[in-house]
Design a protein. Sequence first.
Length: 202
Amino acid sequence: MAGFRSLARQVRDPRSDLALRRYSLRKCLERFAPYGHRATWDHLSSRAGFGPEDRSPDPARLVAALDELEEARSVWLAYEGKFAERRKKEKHDGLRSPGSVDDWHRLTWGGCGVAWCDDPRVHPHEPLAEVLRRLIAALEREPGTVCPVCSGERLSWKYDLAHEPSSGPVCTACGIVVPRPVLTAEALAEARRGRLLVSVGG
């Protein structure tokens, strides 16, 4: 099975058939897809300027989509490296019980579904790397009450998500399932009750 880097080389290879290059980009999403496969593909194709169903996209647009995906992957792999080092140190220091961030992180190892979008047509518009930087920053600070990606104040609890965990708070503005560790207990409770969160002064 080809790895991400091998597939990326195929996408960039001008000697390869265009259909293979497009297929290779789709296969990259089996290795790294922050919003989930379909939503990440929708995001990349719209930002690069080709249709999700376009079978003959401009090769330069395919490479632009790959560039965005690779930058985001670099951001996430750097975070995972720091995360693994921290856990190693904590275990060495006798802290064996993982926290809520660790529980969430186990479900997203490798970067698939990090900012899951259950509706593949509703996802953040910013570059993937920027979205991941905002998410990582939220994971590394105290929990808040708004979406860490778009600062959206409206969170709605959804069930039967096509990802683990199977339920959670969804930002009605950008569509991501907000990781529970970045939200306060109050924010989670409000989302479960179906109320809209409005910050003080908002």
